[in-house]
Design a protein around this ligand. Structure first.
Ligand SMILES: Cc1cc2nc3c(=O)[nH]c(=O)nc-3n(C[C@H](O)[C@H](O)[C@H](O)COP(=O)(O)OP(=O)(O)OC[C@H]3O[C@@H](n4cnc5c(N)ncnc54)[C@H](O)[C@@H]3O)c2cc1C
Length: 628
């Protein structure tokens, strides 16, 4: 969802504030990925590969069985797609199974599943029906249960949790027609009444999943600004809003390319009166609440990706064995075989990365913001590619709808639907571009903290002198060590057997990444924030290194447990080989690229210099900017 914007219309200072908002203060362990960005492979943070607590796992396994049977017997994903409606019987069945209370503690009537088991359930549901998954995920990854769990008062929890656990659907309303990935600029207001006991909400919220049917909504709205250190500080506050409140209106149910069965709409609030006690956490803390909610809420999507990718792997495996063309099964032709190997290796890495972050959440005290964001970014992009490959392997049948396949007597394999359902995951909960910016800010932040003053033309000379002394002391040790310790570590990670070389590559890669970040800062200085493509390449290197470390750690763990060990090592090995080539390409493109030339050309395209290229179009869509 909207929630991670660090740029757009916001000023640099506001952007920094947004990044600060997403930080929590109670971490005991540093972020593995932040350390990678600084050139440190802190393997002890993720290895031995962490496992879900056995009792939590047992509970999750038992629930997965129930959900699996329910999906098989009662959820017809093609029918939901065809009709664009979620059958009431499915929702009732899910309620009876407690699926709306998976993350709600048992003391309040929920199932109290761990983050890991909840993610495993979402993975399974997505492998069957994307729309069903979206209903449950919008409700409890970001809807009322998650912020209530994190920030609700005891009174709020006792009041709402039991209702939510019984199946009162909830939604998260942040996006507005004019405010997408840039929530700090929202226009919806919540104005306190004179006695200060209630607030009047006015505004519109767009694309709110579950919004048209939700009984309870978390609504972000602007409350009166405060003056902090002589400057106006915008305040965003989160409110729990009851559907029945006068002035609340569903203006339109939105329809999409995929996820036809979701309820998603444009909502209008006209003088919607909400009592002060419905504020979650505190006045002015709404943006921080939204961002912290998304820190873990965002982990649902990587788990969904794992479900989609595993389904693709199954479909591709069966079809590539069955389909005979040019004298043999298509899986024996190298071009198809390569896609299957790539798919298997990446699915393994995605699963390793996702559940690494999930177990860290369950253990508590880990700063997993970056791992969750990287998993969201990397898994969604990777799964999109996997879906593309699966469709290609299925050939014409990949493009045909499940209903059409069924009607002519073939297996109704729904790749066409899966592609449609999946695409939005690269847009919501922080689009690919916004995730790049979010992670890039964290990559450069330690350097800006140390040396930012030196790059600021307005900073006072005394402040610059102080910063220079501090930076000189730090970089005198840090910078040479980013070159040298790679040599010292020759032969390290021997306990990983044939994967040791890949871990050494992660170690070297982290140092090279840290140097890359530093060099880019030195060359581009304050302008670096505008060089989004450079930053994205650095972030992509970080994601690949993280996925490599997770894959190696998990493969080693499986080997030690004797579970599919050798096979897991082969998957991790193939994955790491590909990742290393991608990393090399990203590094090479840091200094050899067409970024500036392409940007200049794009601006001329935007200015209309190339409209001649659009000649010959049918006059179907008048492409006039709004207001003209
Ligand atoms: C099916 C669906 C369900 C949704 N559910 C919810 C929900 O439950 N609750 C909710 O609040 N919202 C929801 N959303 C909204 C969703 O979160 C937004 O679509 C998302 O935040 C992006 O906003 P936008 O579409 O306005 O894109 P914009 O912010 O207008 O961005 C358009 C494009 O520009 C890129 N871009 C924007 N800014 C920058 C920048 N600074 N640098 C580089 N690129 C940039 C974006 O990545 C994107 O590619 C949903 C949307 C959809 C389609």
């Amino acid at each position: 969802m909207a929630g991670d914007e660090l740029r757009g219309h916001v000023s640099e200072q506001e952007a920094r504030q947004v990044a600060e908002e997403a930080r929590e203060e109670r971490w005991e362990h540093p972020s593995f990925m932040s350390e990678l960005f600084m050139g440190n492979l802190r393997l002890e943070l993720i290895h031995p590969y962490p496992e879900e607590d056995p009792s939590a796992r047992e509970k999750g396994d038992a629930y997965l069985e129930k959900i699996g049977a329910f999906l098989r017997d009662h959820v017809d994903a093609d029918e939901i797609d065809r009709t664009g409606e979620m059958p009431p019987a499915v929702l009732d069945g899910l309620r009876q199974l407690g699926a709306f209370g998976m993350k709600i503690p048992e003391t309040y009537g929920g199932l109290g599943l761990s983050q890991t088991s909840y993610s495993r359930v979402i993975e399974m549901i997505t492998s069957h029906c994307g729309a069903t998954s979206a209903w449950l995920s919008a409700h409890q990854s970001i809807g009322v249960p998650q912020p209530l769990k994190l920030f609700g008062t005891e009174a709020q929890k006792s009041r709402y949790f039991p209702r939510l656990a019984r199946g009162a659907v909830s939604a998260f309303a942040l996006t507005e027609p004019e405010v997408g990935s840039d929530p700090a600029n929202m226009a919806t207001t919540a104005t306190p009444t004179e006695d200060g006991r209630t607030f009047m909400i006015n505004g519109e919220k767009l694309w709110c999943t579950n919004g048209p049917v939700a009984e309870l909504l978390v609504v972000m709205a602007r409350t009166p600004s405060k003056i902090v250190n002589g400057r106006e500080r915008k305040q965003i506050t989160a409110f729990i809003v009851e559907r029945g409140t006068p002035g609340f209106e569903v203006v339109h149910r939105c329809r999409f390319m995929g996820l036809h069965g979701i309820q998603n709409g444009l909502l209008r609030f006209t003088n919607v009166k909400v009592p002060r006690e419905n504020i979650l956490w505190g006045e002015g803390l709404g943006l921080k609440l939204a961002l912290i909610t998304l820190n873990t809420g965002r982990l649902t999507l990587p788990a969904s990706c794992v479900g989609a990718a595993k389904r693709c792997l199954e479909i591709a495996r069966i079809w590539a064995n069955e389909r005979i063309q040019w004298g043999g099964p298509i899986g024996r032709h190298e071009a198809v075989a390569d896609r299957i190997a790539d798919m298997a290796a990446k699915t393994f890495a995605m699963e390793a990365l996702t559940y690494l972050a999930c177990v860290m959440v369950d253990r508590g005290g880990f700063d997993i913001r970056l791992e969750a964001a990287a998993a969201k970014l990397w898994n969604t992009e990777t799964t999109w590619r996997i879906l593309h490959d699966t469709l290609q392997i299925r050939g014409g049948r990949g493009y045909e709808t499940a209903d059409s396949l069924r009607a002519r007597g073939e297996k109704p394999i729904p790749i066409e639907r899966a592609v449609r359902d999946f695409r939005v995951n690269l847009i919501l909960e922080g689009s690919t571009e916004i995730m790049h910016l979010f992670l890039a800010r964290e990559a450069v932040d330690p350097h800006f903290q140390l040396a930012g003053v030196l790059l600021d033309p307005d900073a006072a000379a005394a402040a610059k002198a102080k910063a220079l002394a501090k930076a000189a002391a730090f970089y005198a040790w840090w910078y040479p060590s980013r070159w040298l310790s790679g040599l010292v570590r020759l032969g390290a990670y021997g306990e990983f057997g044939e994967l040791a070389g890949h871990l050494r590559a992660v170690d070297r890669g982290a140092r090279r990444l840290a140097r890359g970040v530093f060099h880019c800062m030195m060359v581009h200085q304050a302008r670096l924030e505008k060089r989004q493509l450079l930053l994205a390449r650095l972030v992509d290197v970080g994601c690949e290194l993280l996925a490599m470390a997770a894959a190696c750690s998990r493969a080693q763990h499986l080997r030690e447990r004797g579970e599919e060990g050798a096979r897991a090592v082969s998957l991790a090995d193939l994955f790491c080989r590909g990742a290393r080539r991608r990393i090399d390409a990203h590094f090479a493109a840091l200094w050899r690229n067409d970024d500036v030339r392409a940007y200049r050309l794009s601006q001329r395209v935007l200015a209309g210099d190339y409209t001649w290229l659009e000649r010959g179009l049918a006059p179907t869509y008048p492409q006039q900017p709004r207001g003209n």
